[in-house]
Write a protein that binds this ligand. Structure first.
Ligand SMILES: [Cu+2]
Length: 355
């Protein structure tokens, strides 16, 4: 069954001329689970470095909603996979490990990388194997990475949770539409997933013993292109209520939004995108004052917003059916002083006084 999953193309690069990077300093970052991001500099204070990361692939069941479970496949145990942050000109050196307890082959396709299917052709590993891929971060922006082990395994692994974002910052940091440097106070890393969970005849969601058992029924739902769930960070409510994101009035939050499979349209209710790199690539002039922005399936985008009012904000996919009925809603709890100049309730509701 799944062990026999068709492999992607692999590639032999052993005849290529060696490259000597021994003079470059190395730094290692431990990855942290979303919506958070490992510590990093926005403006690089050093020259290019080799930046080391390690990720374990974890196949496990996750709960997607109160009544729905998914035999998920994950980078490092989280959906989305953790965000890596480097600077343009750095080298990313990833140790990718497929623990023996897993059932399937996996790999990683970095949209930020050049050649060999984004690294996918050089990283295909069986359970019980690990590999090291190095690529040069030559383009600045937020980019999707995802598993792509070949054939029908590609969409299945992606809609089972295997995607994430790498952020490659310009060495001089971000710039606004005039070319003036801008910074952020925090990153909110949101991975949106469309899930296709099969139902029983009575309408309840099917629960499976393992991913292999779930595959035939899941494929049938996938081929109808109607997701059962569209969620942020792996689960309905992963970023609402007690799990809400937080900020203070005056703080600038960089919302990084990843969707590896399907188009989406983030909107911050009551706020805006001050600077939006809709396609996620930082050497393009950011758009200003956006109400809603578009993330193409298979990409990450970034929007910077400075919160100006306190309160509870909803950050949604503004297909509101997907936001409210299918789950694509996050909350941001913002503390600070209300500004009556920006908005004031001039009269609280009173009985209707018309004829
Ligand atoms: Cu995979």
């Amino acid at each position: 069954m799944v062990q026999a999953a068709r492999a992607g193309e692999s590639m032999d690069t052993t005849d290529a001329a060696p490259v000597d990077l021994t003079s470059l300093p190395r730094i290692r970052h431990e990855l942290v689970a979303p919506p958070f991001v490992h510590e990093h500099e926005q403006v690089a204070t050093t020259g290019p470095r080799i930046v080391e990361f390690t990720m374990d692939i974890v196949e496990k069941e996750i709960q997607v909603a109160d009544d729905a479970w998914l035999q998920a496949m994950t980078f490092n145990g989280s959906v989305p996979g953790p965000m890596m942050v480097v600077h343009e000109g750095d080298y990313v050196e990833l140790t990718l490990r497929n623990p023996p307890a897993n059932m399937m082959q996996h790999n990683i396709d970095f949209h930020a990388a050049t050649g060999a299917l984004g690294g996918g052709a050089l990283t295909l590993i069986n359970p019980g194997e690990q590999t090291v891929l190095r690529f040069k971060a030559t383009r600045a922006g937020v980019f999707t990475y995802h598993c792509a082990p070949g054939g029908p395994m590609i969409p299945w692994h992606v809609v089972s949770g295997m995607s994430g974002t790498i952020m490659i910052l310009p060495r001089e940091g971000l710039k606004d539409q005039h070319g003036t440097p801008v910074a952020y106070d925090r990153v909110a890393y949101i991975g949106e997933n469309d899930f296709y969970i099969p139902r029983n005849e009575d309408g309840t969601y099917k629960r499976f013993a393992d991913a292999g058992e779930s595959y035939p029924d899941t494929l049938e739902v996938m081929r109808r292109l109607i997701p059962s769930h569209v969620v942020f960070n792996g689960r309905v409510g992963a970023l609402t209520g007690d799990n809400a994101l937080t900020a203070k009035v005056g703080e600038r939050v960089l919302f990084v939004h990843n969707q590896a499979n399907r188009d989406t349209r983030p909107h911050l209710i009551g706020g805006h995108g001050d600077l939006v790199w809709e396609a996620g690539k930082f050497h393009n002039t950011p758009q200003v004052d956006l109400e809603t922005w578009f993330i193409r399936g298979g990409s990450s985008g970034a929007a910077l917003y400075k919160f100006l009012q306190p309160g509870l904000y909803a950050y949604v996919n503004h297909n509101l059916i997907e936001a409210v009925e299918l789950g694509a809603t996050a909350h941001v709890k913002v503390e600070g002083e209300w500004n009556n100049d920006l908005m004031e309730q001039v009269q609280a509701p009173t009985p209707y006084s018309g004829a």
